[in-house]
Write a protein that binds this ligand. Structure first.
Ligand code: GZL
Length: 304
């Protein structure tokens, strides 16, 4: 009896919590790195992870969240593919008393009681960094024509990276002459860049909302007999390995980092939320920028 009593009084290791994670998809190198980070962090933290890939479709993410509610997980985390259309399903989670954590992308709901916290990047700042670099890079050029490869329509990173960039270049000689979504994929970036090259013969710069679309644009630019990084300068966001390699090779001119390694912070926040602790409503991750020389230095140590 004593042994049993002493065991109980010791409390023992609480069971690891169960997390339902509804991922956007596998559309980009960034997403792959983000998924790897979440899976490995769950293992390290002893969290039982239920994971779903929505193939970039909101209805699949909503179905996944519903299934996690039915399975009565301890906590739900997801990266909303677009900003709108979440209130109903998040209300169902709230009514089931299951806390929700937003990771990577945000929602624009009026009711911020629908999630405990947001963990991710400041996408407006990312866009601003891209614009500010271009301003100093093109100092003295009286007019600079930019074509913009936008991320998924309606997604927070696409909306905010556009906002930050346009705020930075406002009133300068840098002008966006065309914008179109490439849906964050390499093939999307290539197809849109092919169309831009047919429609415009004065393109100076490509601003791509992620490396993958920038890499697709490089293929289109080279197929058109032009030299990426010289005839047409390229700025991208993410800093995944393939993007950093192109930057080091001089085919991209500047990359704004978007850190996908959110896994450990997510598991820590989840444990605090499930324990009923107060957590900050917004946790912004650290990230930097890279020039071609900085990419050459950083490449050997990059985790993703
Ligand atoms: C940004 C993330 C974006 C990446 C893209 O945090 O949501 O989605 O920039 C990814 O590469 O597809």
């Amino acid at each position: 009896l004593a042994a049993c009593g002493s065991d109980d009084s010791a409390g023992g290791e609480p069971d690891g919590l169960t997390m339902g994670f509804a991922q956007v998809g596998a559309e980009s190198g960034w997403r792959t790195a983000n998924t790897k980070s979440v899976r490995e962090a769950a293992q390290r933290a002893g969290v039982e992870l239920k994971f779903s890939d929505a193939q970039q479709k909101q209805e699949n993410q909503i179905k996944a969240i519903r299934s996690y509610v039915q399975q009565r997980v301890d906590v739900i985390a997801f990266s909303p593919v677009v900003e709108t259309g979440w209130d109903t399903v998040l209300l169902e989670a709230q009514r089931a008393d299951i806390p929700v954590i937003l990771t990577d992308r945000a929602i624009d709901s009026e009711d911020d009681s629908l999630y405990e916290t947001f963990l991710g990047s400041d996408f407006v700042a990312e866009g601003r960094k891209a614009g500010e670099w271009l301003l100093q890079e093109t100092e003295g050029e009286d007019s600079v024509a930019v074509v913009e490869l936008e991320g998924t329509t309606g997604a927070a990173p696409a909306i905010d990276r556009h906002t930050g960039f346009t705020e930075a270049i406002a009133g300068s000689g840098v002008e966006i002459i065309a914008s179109q979504t490439g849906d964050f994929t390499r093939s999307g970036g290539k197809q849109v860049m092919e169309a831009f090259l047919k429609a415009h013969d004065d393109i100076d710069v490509v601003y791509a909302h992620n490396d993958d679309m920038g890499l697709g644009a490089i293929e289109a630019i080279e197929a058109a007999g032009l030299t990426p990084g010289e005839d047409i300068r390229i700025i991208t966001v993410d800093a995944v390995r393939d993007g950093m390699q192109a930057l080091a090779d001089g085919k991209i001119n500047f990359i704004v980092e978007c850190n996908p390694l959110l896994g450990d912070q997510l598991m820590d926040l989840a444990e605090r939320v499930v324990a009923g602790e107060e957590v900050p409503k917004r946790v912004v991750v650290e990230e930097t920028t890279f020039t071609q020389e900085e990419a050459r230095q950083a490449l050997p140590d990059r985790q993703y």
